[in-house]
Ligand binder design. Structure first.
Ligand SMILES: O=C(O)CCC(=O)C(=O)O
Ligand SMILES: [Fe+2]
Length: 597
């Protein structure tokens, strides 16, 4: 079969997208059509299917926002194994997408996904070959021995099996009870070989402890993992040690949206201290295969086998943490009021930092919003004359008269902005985007431009999309724009970042003011105040708005800035039958068009 004859349309798309040419004879490279990030499929499910064919993959390129991806093998023969085992045969992911393959002459390289070539989080140290194979066997025997597990059943609820020594780690509270040491189950003596190996080095200079008093043993079968977490600050001192036995595994460290993956080889010791212990989460994805870097700088897949890890910690007493990393610190968090539930907190945040702010800044805000975005206009122009369009969160109504052939309505929460729009003669009404007073299936099109990033929980953002899906008629289409966390694409700064240069002179005073405001707020909120016209460090932020007349007066608007693919994933969760028909990045915004089926 000549694949390029079979899927000319799909191949034409990848050719025009990434200048990749199909090859009629086998090469090392395969394009996998119909399998990609935009149809919700991950590298992992793809690799499992490829692995099952017996062919070995040396590199994977998932393409941001696309429904295809690429695999590279060491030889064309390997690629052929995968081609023959998968093309039009393999059903990938939960929905069973059929994989269509084609040999290609080469593979494009995308910037995304390179979480390997980054430097490690500060305070993270990996000591390879920390124990010998003989010591590994002794340690495994010591932590497995039956006499020591008498008063504790292995806990299979957590998938992986866990066993504790010294003190039990209580998963209900994520803490230990210092008054209840496991008297009959001390840390096995076999572990003592480890401390002398650490004791004399510089490594231990900043440590809070010299010998651990708590050990958790985790036994992972292939496919098991541990969710991203931080070991409770108030429960344990610095550092945390983890010895890997029996199998390599990849551990992911995350801070905000940054992810760094690290291969923990069998018999290595991982030391998490300082920032790595307090400010980054660590976790292991529940997978059978890991993607690991090769010495040549490629990626390859590696099957996991059973892995046992020994995590050594030392209790903190009293259990009050005084670290300087508030983000994940339970001591800091618990001093904040926690009385309201999440949705109440979300509504009050939106009330204070969205609705009230827009009401106050409406006049000035409206003056800064005049030129319509070309791609939004293009979307509006794609409708037949006399189509009904609802702009949800229409602000001053600038999209309502772009195409006078349409019957366009707008709605907004902000009384101030509505007044501006009303004065311009638009048909607008006041409502909340979570409950549109509009009949179901009545609109040909919906717009939501820079609106749902002001909603403070994923459920509320999804609910807003569902409302739009509800009011669309079958066949109707919606366009949604949200602010992207990533304000730079292909090395090009968004308009928002580009303004930075112009205001450089003010920068220091702005930054000082921001820090001052942040200090004042710290006692009741953990949301960071963003420094305007710089890249986003976090997804949930307060963005300052300075009024025109009184520069000293700053309003803080709440934003949830979106990660790559986050908006697409929300669209996939809308229950009404909708189809994502386009997603793109436009000057600092993630954008989707979806259609009601
Ligand atoms: O398996 C590991 O290496 C880590 C275990 C861990 O993070 C924990 O038990 O808190
Ligand atoms: Fe941990």
């Amino acid at each position: 079969m000549v694949p390029s004859m079979v899927f000319p349309a799909l191949l034409a798309i990848i050719k025009s997208d990434c200048q990749v040419e199909a090859s009629e004879t086998p090469t090392r490279h395969l394009a996998v059509l119909n399998v990609g990030l935009s149809n919700g499929l991950s590298e992992e499910v793809l690799l499992e299917a490829a692995f099952a064919t017996g062919g070995k993959v040396s590199r994977v390129e998932m393409c941001p926002g696309k429904s295809y991806c690429f695999l590279t093998c060491c030889t064309p023969q390997e690629a052929q194994l995968i081609f023959e085992g998968m093309h039009n045969i393999a059903h990938i992911g939960q929905d069973g997408a059929v994989a269509y393959m084609s040999y290609v002459k080469e593979v494009p390289i995308f910037e995304a996904g390179n979480q390997w070539n980054r430097s490690l989080p500060n305070g993270l140290v990996l000591l390879k070959d920390f124990v010998s194979e003989a010591e590994e066997a002794d340690l495994l025997a010591a932590v497995a021995s039956k006499e020591q597990t008498t008063d504790q059943e292995e806990n299979s609820l957590k998938h992986r099996k866990v066993r504790h020594f010294g003190y039990e780690f209580l998963y209900g509270t994520n803490n230990v009870d210092p008054n209840r040491p496991l008297e009959h189950q001390p840390i096995p003596r076999a572990c003592n070989i480890l401390w002398s190996r650490l004791g004399d080095g510089k490594l231990s200079d900043n440590w809070d402890w010299s010998q651990p008093d708590q050990l958790t043993v985790n036994v992972y079968e292939p496919g098991h993992g541990i969710p991203p977490h931080v070991d409770t600050h108030s429960a344990f001192l610095d550092p945390i040690l983890s010895l890997s036995l029996q199998s390599d595994v990849v551990m992911d460290f995350r801070r905000g949206q940054e992810t760094i993956s690290l291969l923990l080889p069998r018999r290595s010791l991982l030391i998490m201290s300082g920032e790595a212990r307090y400010d980054w989460t660590h976790g292991i994805k529940p997978k059978h295969l890991d993607v690991v870097p090769t010495a040549e700088g490629n990626l390859t897949t590696q099957a996991r086998s059973q892995r046992t890890s020994l995590t050594f910690r030392c209790l903190r007493q009293p259990s009050v943490c005084s670290c300087s990393f508030p983000q994940l610190c339970d001591t800091r968090q618990s001093s904040k009021p926690q009385s309201q539930d999440l949705s109440e907190q979300a509504t009050s945040l939106e009330q204070q930092n969205v609705h009230e702010v827009y009401d106050k800044i409406s006049q000035h805000f409206s003056e800064t919003r005049h030129s319509p975005w070309p791609q939004v206009v293009q979307f509006l122009d794609s409708f037949e004359p006399h189509s009904t369009i609802l702009d949800v969160g229409c602000g001053n109504g600038k999209y309502l008269n772009c195409n006078t052939q349409l019957v366009a309505f707008g709605c907004d929460r902000s009384q101030g902005l509505l007044e501006v729009g009303r004065a311009r003669g638009f048909q607008i009404f006041r409502c909340d985007c979570l409950s549109l007073p509009v009949r179901s299936a009545s609109m040909d099109g919906c717009l939501s431009i820079a609106v749902i990033h002001h909603l403070a929980t994923p459920d509320r953002r999804l609910a807003a999309l569902r409302e739009m899906a509800r009011v669309l008629r079958p066949g109707g289409r919606a366009l949604v724009y949200v602010w992207a966390k990533d304000q730079r694409r292909n090395d090009k700064k968004s308009a928002y970042l580009r303004q930075n240069k112009a205001v450089n002179r003010q920068r220091t005073t702005e930054e000082e003011q921001r820090q001052k405001q942040q200090k004042e707020m710290d006692t009741h909120t953990l949301l960071p105040i963003h420094t305007n016209r710089t890249e986003f460090q976090q997804q949930d932020v307060l963005v300052p708005w300075k009024t025109k007349d009184d520069q000293s007066k700053t309003f803080l608007r709440y934003y949830h800035v979106f990660e790559e693919q986050e908006l697409e994933q929300l669209v996939n969760q809308i229950n009404t039958e909708v189809e994502l028909i386009k997603s793109y990045y436009d000057q600092g915004n993630h954008c989707v068009i979806f259609k009601k089926l």
